[in-house]
Design a protein around this ligand. Structure first.
Ligand SMILES: *Cc1c(COP(=O)(O)O)cnc(C)c1O
Length: 379
C-alpha cells in the first residue's frame, strides 16, 4: 500500500506534448483562464442562512448554502480552483480530455467548466452514483464511465488519461492545494464576512464534512492563519476511514465498504484530507444523517443532500453541549448540495427500509433537542 505522499508524487507528472512557445496555445490558455475567472466574476456569494433555535439559548446556528452555485454544490468552488490550477500549470491542453475520479458532484461541476473552456470531459464513477448526477454530467456535455468497485476509480482514471492523452484532474490529491486558503473570497473568508454584523461574529465551531478533505483543510488553515479562536469539527459517516485514521493518526487506514452518504466518507485517507488541522471528529450513523436532513426541511423548508444531514447532526450535538455548559456563541455548518438529487434515496422510505435504516430514534432526539435544549440521543 503506497502512502498518500507517494500517490501524490506519482500522479503529479502528467505527460506534456504541447509546444509552450506556440502563440496559438498561449492565446488559447489566456482565453480559457479568462473564461473561468469571468464565471466567478458573474457569480454572487452563497447565502448564510439561520437555523431557527430558541433565542434565549444565546446560540446561533448558521448554514452556508453551497447548493446555490451554478452547478448546485460546493464542488463548484473546487472545480473552478482545479481548472485554474491545471490551466496555469500547463496540464490542461486544447483538444485533450479532462478526466476525473468522482462520486458525482465534482464531475457535475467539472463538466460545466470543461464545456466553458471547450475541452472534452470524462467522469469515472461508482456504478451506484445517483442517476440524477449522471444526467447532470451528460447535460453539461460530459461522459460517464462506470466502475463496479469504487476503489479502482483512481487507477482507472489514470489509465484512461494515459490512453487518451488527457489530464487526470485528481481532486483527491489536489483539492487542498488548488484552493487559495489564505483568502481570495474562499468559503471561510466569506463565512467570516457574512457573520460581521451578527451577535457572535466569531463562531465557536465550524462543522464541515469531508470527501476530498479540501473544504475542511481550507477552513481550518484560514482560521489558523487569521488567528481566530474557532474550532473545526469534521463529522464522518459510517462507511469511511477518516475518523479511525484521525483518531489513530494512521495515514494507511482503509475501509472496504463505500459510503452511503454521497460526497463524503472515503475508503482511504485521501492526500487532501489534513487530519492535523482538525480539532475534533465525530462518527455519525447514516440514519442520523438522514433524520437530520429531514429535520432541516421541517425547520427551513428546504431539501438537501445526505452530507448536509451529517453536518447538521454534528452541529446540533455541539449546540446541545453548549446549552449544557451554559456557553453562548455561534456554530456554522454547510448545505453542501440540494436534496432533489436524492429523492429516491434520503427522501425515500422504501430506500431506508431496503438499507435497514431506522431514523426514528434520531428524529426523536433532534425534536427533543429543539424543544428542550437537552440531548437525548446516544450517538
Ligand atoms: C465533496 C462533498 C462534500 C465534502 O467536501 P470536500 O471538500 O470534498 O471534503 C460534502 N458534501 C457533498 C455533497 C460533496 O459533494
Amino acid at each position: 500500500m503506497s502512502t498518500p505522499q507517494e500517490r501524490a508524487t506519482a500522479s503529479a507528472t502528467p505527460t506534456l506534448d504541447v509546444d509552450r512557445s506556440d502563440p496559438t496555445y498561449r492565446t488559447w490558455l489566456n482565453e480559457a483562464v479568462r473564461k473561468v475567472q469571468a464565471d466567478a466574476n458573474r457569480s454572487a456569494d452563497t447565502h448564510l442562512l439561520r437555523f431557527p433555535l430558541p433565542e434565549e439559548w444565546g446560540i446561533d446556528l448558521y448554514l452556508k448554502d453551497e447548493s446555490t452555485h451554478p452547478t448546485g454544490s460546493l464542488k463548484h468552488r473546487l472545480a473552478r480552483s482545479l481548472f485554474l490550477y491545471g490551466l496555469c500549470n500547463g496540464w490542461i491542453r486544447p483538444g485533450h480530455p479532462v478526466i476525473e475520479a468522482s462520486s458525482g458532484s465534482t464531475a457535475v461541476s467539472e463538466a460545466y467548466f470543461a464545456k466553458l473552456i471547450g475541452v472534452p470531459f470524462i467522469a469515472v464513477m461508482p456504478r451506484t452514483t445517483s442517476a440524477e448526477k449522471c444526467r447532470l454530467i451528460e447535460f453539461h456535455g460530459g461522459r460517464c464511465h462506470f466502475v463496479d468497485d469504487s476503489r479502482t476509480m483512481y487507477a482507472e482514471s489514470a489509465a484512461l488519461a494515459d490512453r487518451t492523452g488527457g489530464h487526470y484532474m485528481d481532486q483527491f490529491t489536489y483539492a487542498e492545494r488548488a484552493t487559495d486558503w489564505r483568502g481570495n473570497n474562499n468559503i471561510a473568508q466569506s463565512i467570516y464576512q457574512q457573520l460581521e454584523l451578527e451577535r457572535y461574529p466569531e463562531p465557536a465551531w465550524i462543522v464541515t464534512t469531508a470527501g476530498t478533505g479540501g473544504t475542511s483543510a481550507t477552513i481550518a488553515r484560514y482560521v489558523h492563519y487569521m488567528q481566530y479562536d474557532t474550532r473545526i469539527c469534521v463529522p464522518d459517516p459510517e462507511n469511511s476511514c477518516f475518523f479511525d485514521g484521525w483518531v489513530n493518526e494512521d495515514p494507511g487506514c482503509t475501509t472496504d465498504c463505500g459510503s452511503r452518504i454521497e460526497g463524503i466518507g472515503r475508503p482511504r485517507m485521501e492526500p487532501s484530507f489534513l487530519p492535523g488541522a482538525i480539532d475534533r471528529m465525530m462518527k455519525v450513523p447514516d440514519a442520523a444523517s438522514v433524520a437530520a436532513v429531514r429535520a432541516l426541511e421541517a425547520a427551513i423548508g428546504r431539501k438537501a443532500g445526505g452530507s448536509t444531514g451529517t453536518g447538521l447532526w454534528s452541529a446540533l450535538k455541539i449546540v446541545a453541549e453548549m446549552v449544557a455548559q451554559g456557553s453562548r456563541g455561534s456554530v456554522v455548518t454547510l448545505i453542501c448540495d440540494p436534496g432533489d438529487r436524492y429523492l429516491d434515496k434520503y427522501y425515500s422510505d422504501a430506500w431506508l427500509e431496503e438499507q435497514g435504516l431506522d431514523i426514528s430514534p434520531y428524529a426523536a432526539a433532534i425534536e427533543s433537542l429543539i424543544a428542550t435544549g437537552v440531548w437525548s440521543g446516544t450517538d
